[in-house]
Design a protein around this ligand. Structure first.
Ligand code: C2E
Ligand code: CA
Ligand code: CA
Length: 590
């Protein structure tokens, strides 16, 4: 087809046949031509036409003209003569490089010697063509255009990855990672006399219920509406972020006039009127939690404190609360629970539940994740969210993890001996991996239990690694040296980027359930899981999808080649007995 076009180029026949039937059209090509000899320019244009290009071009001969043309024009290609009166090809090349454009640059000459050609290529020209060998022109242009296109695609992919790493795809607001960087920057820039910075979080009542009752599309729309309204109504706000699925965080300068109460009030105006989620009007009720910067609290600590304050405000049904350290652990309920937890760890009130993990390629259950529960004498079975925070903000997390590790090791051994042969995952807390003695400790316990560390995956969340990633990195490397596998948990919740994964000493990546549960409905989620998979495969890591709640999600994950899956659709976490019975009915092992 292309051949026909070439033969017919320039003739009336081409125009006729074009309108008569849709034969392929010549490829448009916008050429910036730097050439003083008209005859040479015409030869070149003929050659391009013959090569199937529909050329539009501008021809210039002086530096000033070229400079302007590079700035204002849109070009696919630059062809420059090597020698021009008062200007030359090498200078033109330099202008092109300074312009930052990434399009093919070809140098032409009647007299190019080898050294000049080498110099031109070194200077960044893509090719050089002798005027008496114009047959090389079209193939060279085709090749260079293809490569420029490939470079563009790579660049745009990297930009997208970069954007995903730093933004919430739904609202396009900065994610937690970028937000923390912005807060740190603001802290660095502020001087002691400036007053303080405040992080403020509007916590919306019953939001998790709303999240599960509206469709994903409606939820996304709602999040965008809230973001827009906050931006409109909060004067003086420095930045707004979506720090997790449910939470916005805003940074304000707290100068002398703008007291925290005023900050809270301005945020709350975003919830004065209802939101429209067709056909409903949704009245949202919010409380604001705030934390003020102090020299002891870095950005991440401030954010955490603001979240604690938001919780407090919500629980006490106050419009806002300012974080105070004294209040954090001191609510009477918390304090009592904390006192009891100490005894519970010693007194056998903790228990482990186990959630199976499915290897998608083989259909085997290769692993279970151990999840702690507190069987409280009065309150019943407490989920970890009720007591882990308390344990983590006190030293109790250390004996708690020690208990979990021992319980997991002995359970594994018992199952192993009775033929239930699966690997086991254990969750570690930030405190464990920031503790330089931990790897040695757990390796020693493994020895004492007589178990193989290679059968255990130690899970650490992204955020706990980010807390002090140098210490964490060392500790993770030591754990792997002792033979344990390491997984990064809740990946994608906004703290680290894909490129950061490259440097992490981990075996598995557990993609957070936020990206998995609705993978069938939400193309963004699918794109993200796919990107993580691509990246992980390149690095020889396995990907575990968490929160698989439907057969549809499972099917998609299998289709895209995800390694492992975990979620209610496969099984909920099960108590020891129930887990053993369940496992006995499955294909197990690696
Ligand atoms: P995680 O490590 O991300 O564990 C998975 C959590 O997601 C579990 O909640 C599990 O019940 C839940 N889950 C599993 N499949 C699905 C699903 O399909 N849909 C939904 N919506 N949820 C699903 P759980 O057991 O309440 O644990 C909560 C978190 O507590 C864990 O999150 C982990 O970070 C922490 N945790 C649990 N046990 C321990 C422990 O022994 N030590 C430490 N340090 N942390 C633990
Ligand atoms: Ca986990
Ligand atoms: Ca997780």
């Amino acid at each position: 087809m292309r051949y026909r076009l070439q033969a017919a180029a320039d003739s009336a026949e081409l125009r006729l046949s074009r309108s008569a039937q849709a034969i392929p059209v010549a490829t448009p090509l916008r050429v910036l031509l730097v050439e003083d000899t008209l005859a040479d320019a015409e030869l070149l244009l003929m050659e391009l036409k013959r090569g199937g290009y529909e050329v539009s071009y501008e021809r210039y001969t002086t530096e000033a003209e070229v400079r302007l043309a590079l700035k204002v024009g849109t070009w696919d290609l630059i062809v420059s003569d090597y020698s021009l009166p008062g200007f030359d090809g090498m200078r033109c090349l330099q202008l092109y490089r300074e312009s930052g454009l990434d399009i093919p640059f070809l140098l032409m000459s009647g007299t190019v010697g080898e050294e000049i050609a080498v110099e031109a290529m070194k200077g960044g020209a893509h090719d050089y063509i002798m005027k008496d060998r114009l047959v090389r022109l079209v193939p060279a242009i085709k090749r260079e255009l293809r490569e420029a296109e490939a470079r563009r695609e790579r660049r745009s992919f990297m930009e997208q990855m970069e954007f995903i790493a730093y933004h919430d795809p739904v609202t396009r607001l900065p994610n937690q990672r970028l937000f923390l960087q912005e807060v740190e920057q603001a802290i660095r820039k502020s001087s002691p006399g400036d007053g303080q910075l405040v992080i403020a979080i509007p916590e919306i009542a019953k939001f998790k219920e709303i999240r599960t009752t509206v469709t994903q599309a409606d939820y996304d729309t709602l999040m965008r509406q809230i973001a827009d309204r906050i931006w409109l109504r909060c004067e003086g706000m420095l930045t707004l972020s979506r720090v997790d699925d449910y939470t916005f965080a805003a940074l304000f300068p707290a100068d002398k006039e703008a007291d925290p109460a005023a900050v809270a009030r301005s945020l709350l105006t975003a919830f004065d009127e209802p939101y429209e989620i067709d056909p409903f009007l949704l009245h949202l009720d919010a409380s604001v939690g705030m934390a003020v910067h102090s020299p002891e609290t870095p950005a991440a600590g401030m954010l955490r404190n603001a979240m604690v304050a938001a919780n407090q405000a919500q629980e006490k049904h106050q419009p806002y609360a300012l974080y105070s350290m004294a209040e954090d652990l001191s609510s009477p309920g918390n304090l009592a629970l904390l006192g009891q937890l100490r005894d519970a760890i010693r007194g056998g009130e903790l228990e482990l539940h186990y959630q199976p993990i499915l290897e998608l390629g083989t259909g085997r259950i290769t692993e279970v994740e151990a999840l702690v529960r507190w069987n409280h004498p009065e309150l019943g079975l407490l989920q970890p969210e009720k007591f882990l925070g308390l344990a983590e903000s006190s030293n109790l997390i250390i004996p708690l993890t020690a208990w979990v590790v021992d319980a997991a090791f002995s359970q594994w051994r018992q199952w192993h001996e009775s033929g239930l042969d699966v690997d086991m995952a254990i969750n570690l807390s930030v405190r464990n991996i920031q503790d330089r003695a931990f790897a040695g400790y757990i390796a020693q316990r493994a020895k004492e239990h007589g178990i193989d560390p290679g059968r255990f995956v130690l899970e650490v969340t992204e955020s706990s690694i980010m807390t002090d990633h140098e210490v964490a990195n060392d500790e993770l490397m030591r754990l792997r040296e002792f033979g344990f596998k390491v997984a990064v948990d809740d990946f994608g919740t906004g703290h680290s980027s894909l490129s950061y994964l490259q440097r992490l000493p981990v075996d598995d990546i557990k993609v957070d359930r936020n990206f998995v549960t609705r993978i069938g409905e939400n193309p963004q989620d699918l794109a993200i899981v796919n990107a993580v998979l691509g990246f992980a495969k390149g690095l020889g890591k396995r990907v575990v999808a968490e929160g698989v709640e439907s057969g549809e999600a499972l099917g998609i994950l299998r289709d895209i080649g995800c390694h492992l899956a975990q979620g209610y659709h496969i099984s909920r976490p099960l108590g020891r007995e129930a887990a053993a019975q369940w496992l006995a009915k499955q294909k197990l092992g690696r």
